[in-house]
Write a protein that binds this ligand. Structure first.
Ligand code: NAP
Length: 246
């Protein structure tokens, strides 16, 4: 059953974003599945949602493109009436040690992971402020909290997301808009599938629960933060990491 609210999930064709879109659709949101390169995956995610009785649409936009984000969000908000929930999920890695990290490796990761979230948050908040309601959820990472060798660019982008979240939470609290970050640990998706077996074993050893999480573990928290029940929670960073960062 629809709840009359809309949710925009960036990078929702695959992985964690897809699980979040599915979970929000189950909760009754009209879900906008944003994607950049994975059109087929985004359409498959939408079909899955529709087959389960949910509703939504797909929308292509590179979140690092400021003007494209403005155009997408303006069109969606005006046509649909509002965007009640924004999930800044789109993200990439370009892992390598600092000495080998190129300027391009640094800039690309920051422009998608951090500037992409700034772009979407800025344009969506305009409509949330008018409605005096909004939920902004950004997918950070344990790397942003703890740092990680080989991820100077990624960890910087994810720590930046935490600063963005807390600042936005302070600015928009008076308008009944909450902003929170989720810091997942290691979750089974395409992003972690590329890690070598030896590295995976080492990482698993550092996780008190001794296993990787599932995209659904992150989606459950995102759905809670979007819900009415979370209306007094803002500016927080909540880990979903099997105890890794405690
Ligand atoms: P994934 O499977 O690699 O998916 C990444 C998603 O980001 C894809 O849907 C991709 O869409 C989208 N994306 C990439 N560049 C984009 C752009 N320029 N514009 C719009 N969308 C873009 O990764 P994941 O594991 O699900 O990660 C999702 C988020 O969780 C990321 O922010 C990641 O940093 C974070 N995270 C993941 C883990 C983990 O262990 N997996 C842990 C902590 C945090 P297209 O394919 O359409 O480009």
């Amino acid at each position: 059953m629809q709840n009359g609210k809309t949710a925009l999930v960036t990078g929702a064709g695959r992985g964690i974003g897809r699980a979040i879109a599915k979970r929000l659709a189950e909760a009754g949101y009209y879900v906008i599945i944003n994607y950049n390169g994975s059109q087929e995956a985004a359409e498959a995610a939408l079909s899955e949602i529709q087959e389960a009785g949910g509703a939504g649409e797909t929308s292509r936009c590179d979140v690092s493109d400021y003007a494209a984000c403005e155009t997408m969000i303006k069109e969606l908000a005006e046509r649909l009436g509002s965007i009640d929930v924004l999930v800044n999920n789109a993200g990439i890695t370009r892992d390598t040690l600092l000495m080998r990290m190129s300027e391009e490796d640094f800039d690309r990761v920051l422009s998608i992971n951090l500037k992409g979230a700034f772009n979407c948050t800025k344009f969506v908040s305009k409509y949330m402020m008018k409605k005096r309601f909004g939920r902004i959820i950004s997918i950070s990472s344990v790397s942003g909290v703890m740092g990680n060798a080989g991820q100077a660019n990624y960890a910087a982008s994810k720590a930046g997301l935490i600063g963005l979240t807390k600042s936005v939470a302070r600015e928009l609290a008076g308008r009944n808009i909450t902003a929170n970050a989720i810091a997942p640990g290691f979750i089974d998706t395409d992003m972690t599938a590329v890690l070598g077996e030896k590295l995976k074993e080492g990482v698993t050893d550092a996780i008190p629960m001794k296993r990787f999480g599932k995209p659904e573990d992150v989606a459950a928290l995102a759905a809670f933060l979007a819900s009415e029940e979370a209306n007094y929670i803002t500016g927080q960073v909540i880990a979903v990491d099997g105890g890794m960062s405690m």
